[in-house]
Design a protein around this ligand. Structure first.
Ligand SMILES: Cc1ncc(COP(=O)(O)O)c(C=O)c1O
Length: 488
């Protein structure tokens, strides 16, 4: 089996030394295994290849490999070659890679960072994964994506465009997103108002980075998107939670908080509140903008799943009528795929320039090839066609999920059919939610805990369950599992 890269041993083999060369090779390989450079299951180069690389006789390497197989360090995988043994001699297992850093200021330099209550991705495992509203990656035609990448690769190679580029992102994608935001979401923007980011998570972090200094207050809702809160915290923000209800964030509470604190930013998801799915009422939208003008804070509007709205005309984003007060953050994760990491920030050009400067400091620029491929999918209409198809599938799954919920839970569950987005917000008034979640986890269901949404202990608790990535069979299985965990 081919190694992707030729292997260099960490230690030099020196035929002039007293120790025989084959012993030197054995010792060097053992040390590389102990250090974790060579891991269980990884293939070694063929004896011919390693001998050539070291400038020694092939037989010498064969002896060394045979000896290491006899000692239990290596396994022969027949014609496929020789690999590092799956079960290594005992002490090695304990010593591998787990090196304590000696740079004692790692945590001190990063003193504001608390580990997130949950990682952005649910942990891997064999049980059923219930996300918080991800798209079904199986619906995206792989060939479309492959073709878009192929085209983008040829175009860039043909024009020698595989070079460092504008940190604001690929011009064609910024154009494509600006025109989508103008046509579909009422924003008055051009490419100059857009910076492409690595997912909207990156956009949220960069937006916060240009706004927040350590100690500044950032208002979030009592129930909200924890990875955004973790980003604000990591920048030293003081999180000020305020209540919310079926109409969205409590604006009176925002005003009171602004009178008590120097508030730099208010983080909201007005289109489909995360996690409760409700839309921010029109009157509250206007008042929030008035408060932004009065107190001089920025509204960070996270519009993470705008395109999937199932109920009549959606309300337009805050950014469409208050472009000077709002940093608008969007994502292609629901429309395309999360793993492509395409998000964007729409804001006045001065804000975009500040954000682009942060991009140039951290990753230099975006992934030009992915951005060009995504631009092509927008330009040739494939993305719109996919969106239409996915919308139909998700609309049906949403209906089906509600029917399955009623069937499985009856009166135990309290929910409202979401007008949009890819998830349901479920409340279980008579159920001990901690016990239910513990049982569900023990049964192998993987999902974000109700506590991960809460920034205030008295916030109303519930589960956010994505329906779009589950086909009807999976939806039934997931709900049956939760039902059993509820113990009713
Ligand atoms: C509320 C909210 N904001 C941001 C994101 C992050 O999306 P992205 O993949 O663009 O980083 C998500 C992901 O589901 C989300 O639910």
């Amino acid at each position: 089996m081919l190694r992707p890269w030729p292997l260099s041993l960490s230690e030099r083999i020196d035929p002039a030394r007293d120790t025989p060369v084959y012993i030197q090779i054995i010792e060097a390989l053992i040390r590389d295994i102990e250090r974790g450079r060579l891991t269980s299951g990884s293939y070694l180069p063929s004896s011919r290849e390693l001998a050539k690389h070291l400038g020694v006789n092939r037989k010498t390497v064969v002896f060394a490999y045979e000896d290491l197989i006899a000692q239990g360090w290596l396994d022969s995988a027949g014609t496929r070659g020789t690999m590092v043994a799956a079960a290594l001699p005992d002490p090695v297992k304990r010593r591998r890679v787990d090196v304590e850093p000696t740079m004692s200021n790692v945590e001190a330099g990063y003193r504001f960072a608390a580990p997130p209550a949950r990682p952005i991705a649910l942990p891997g495992g064999s049980g059923l994964k219930i996300d918080e509203g991800a798209p079904d990656g199986r619906l995206f035609p792989a060939e479309l994506l492959a073709r878009a990448y192929r085209g983008a690769t040829h175009r860039a190679a043909g024009t020698s465009d595989f070079q460092y580029r504008d940190p604001r992102g690929a011009p064609a994608l910024r154009d494509g997103i600006a025109s989508m935001l103008r046509d579909q979401r009422g924003l008055s923007v051009t490419a100059e108002n857009i910076c492409i980011t690595r997912g909207s998570q990156n956009g949220l972090f960069l937006a916060a980075q240009i706004l927040v200094r350590p100690g500044d207050a950032v208002i979030v809702e009592a129930l909200t998107y924890e990875p955004a809160v973790a980003a604000f915290r990591a920048l030293g923000a003081r999180i000020v939670p305020v209540g919310l209800d079926a109409g969205g964030i409590d604006i009176d509470a925002v005003e009171q908080a602004c009178r008590r604190n120097t508030v730099r930013a208010v983080f909201v998801t007005p289109h489909h509140q995360f996690p409760t799915t409700v839309s921010l009422r029109p009157g509250r939208r206007l008042r929030l903008i008035e408060l932004a003008r009065l107190f001089g804070f920025a509204i960070i509007e996270d519009d993470y799943d705008h395109e999937f709205h199932f109920q009549s005309q959606p309300l337009l984003p805050l950014a469409s009528y208050a472009p000077g007060e709002v940093i608008y953050v969007g994502s292609m994760s629901k429309l395309l795929l999360p793993a492509l990491r395409i998000g964007y920030v729409a804001a006045p050009p001065a804000v975009i320039d500040a954000i682009a400067h942060r991009v140039s400091l951290t990753d230099g620029m975006g992934n030009a090839l992915t951005e060009d491929a995504a631009a092509a999918l927008i330009e040739n209409g494939e993305l719109r066609r996919h969106a239409r198809k996915a919308w139909l599938v998700y609309a049906e799954r949403r209906r089906n999920f509600a029917a399955e919920l009623d069937q499985a839970f009856g009166a135990i569950v309290d929910y409202k059919m979401p007008d949009g987005g890819l998830a349901f917000w479920l409340r279980f008034p008579g159920v001990d939610l901690d016990a239910m979640e513990a049982r569900a986890t023990a049964m192998g269901l993987r999902f974000a805990s109700s506590r991960s949404f809460m920034t205030q202990a008295q916030a109303p608790r519930g589960l956010r369950i994505g329906f779009a990535s589950l086909n009807p069979f999976e939806a039934r299985t997931a709900l049956a599992g939760l039902r059993e965990a509820a113990g009713h």
